[in-house]
Design a protein around this ligand. Structure first.
Ligand SMILES: NC(=O)c1ccc[n+]([C@@H]2O[C@H](COP(=O)([O-])OP(=O)(O)OC[C@H]3O[C@@H](n4cnc5c(N)ncnc54)[C@H](OP(=O)(O)O)[C@@H]3O)[C@@H](O)[C@H]2O)c1
Length: 275
């Protein structure tokens, strides 16, 4: 996937819920050995140190990897310190992408626009200093992006949003594409729960593929980079292979028009649990 001269792998490896223990070293090493080059991390996942050790355990050179970190909400007033801590824990010298994990919620902060603007200015400074090669956001809807763009000196390179069959966040997606902002899909398999849903099982049967393959192809064919998580080596490989598989335009259209069949239920505008 590419935006001007900024290139990203077509698929990423997710690390949410990987344990904060030695086990994660092997999982991350397996992911990189299987062929993943984008590793999506976050301070909030509480496992950065073991992910860093997994990255080191692989034989792939740092410059061939694309490492993403995320700024947690409680670090809005010490952005550089938080970023340096992430780089140190991941032991990776710099980040390829640093994302604001959540916008300030309107339900919690009257001054949400100002908070997002100030955090973004701090991210811009990290970019200027070369600590991070790109900066972006997660979970920003159209209005939140519009407000941010009014004062941003550097446009977000990426918006990472929940995206899967039945939940395309079309308004946000269209806004990102029109503004040359790359989109990443979090929970592209609906955290695994979507894989049991009939429309996906039926489609999988039709193509002799798995429901996970269908979700991954759905994301790629919508020009959205899926960030897929699995602990299992065989599933790492099959998920990666799904990048090559294509749904017919008719089936893609059917999936694009699927009504909501489940998701996280989180809405960054009204959320109160993270602040
Ligand atoms: N920015 C944000 O706010 C945000 C929020 C949520 C997530 N994320 C990122 O997005 C990543 C992915 O989201 P996610 O972790 O919610 O879930 P996901 O990738 O949608 O689904 C992962 C689940 O599906 C299972 N799975 C994976 N491949 C499978 C396959 N081929 N067949 C059957 N089951 C399969 C996994 O189980 P096994 O491990 O047992 O295979 C796991 O339970 C996260 O890890 C994180 O990096 C970001």
């Amino acid at each position: 996937m590419n935006k001007d001269n900024f290139n990203m792998p077509l698929i990423g490896f997710g690390t949410w819920k990987l344990p904060n223990s030695e086990e994660t070293i092997e999982i991350v090493k397996n992911a990189i050995d299987s062929g993943y080059r984008l590793i999506d991390t976050a301070k909030a996942y509480g496992n950065e140190t073991y992910i860093g050790r997994g990255i080191k355990a692989s034989s792939i050179k740092r410059e061939e990897l694309f490492i993403t970190g995320k700024l947690w909400n409680s670090d809005r007033d010490n952005v550089e310190e938080a970023c340096l801590s992430t780089i140190s824990k991941l032991d990776c010298d710099y980040l390829d992408l640093y994302l604001m994990h959540w916008p300030a919620s309107k339900a919690v902060h009257e001054d949400w626009i100002l908070i997002n603007k100030r955090v973004w200015e701090q991210l811009e400074k990290l970019y200027d200093k070369g600590l991070v090669k790109a900066i972006g956001v997660c979970n920003f809807n159209k209005l939140q992006l519009e407000e941010l763009l009014k004062t941003a000196r550097i446009k977000p390179f990426v918006n990472q949003i929940e995206f899967h069959p039945g939940f395309r966040q079309e308004e946000t997606l269209d806004f990102c594409f029109k503004n040359n902002i790359l989109v990443e899909a979090w929970s592209p398999l609906g955290s695994g729960k979507l894989l049991k849903k009939k429309p996906l099982q039926d489609m999988a049967l039709k193509y002799n593929k798995t429901p996970a393959d269908i979700c991954i192809a759905f994301s790629i064919q919508n020009n959205v980079i899926p960030i897929v998580k699995t602990r299992n080596k065989d599933r790492m490989i099959s998920n990666l292979k799904a990048v090559e598989f294509k749904l017919s335009s008719e089936d893609l259209n059917n999936l694009n028009n699927l009504p909501y069949i489940g998701g996280s239920g989180l809405d960054s505008f009204t959320i109160t649990i993270f602040d």
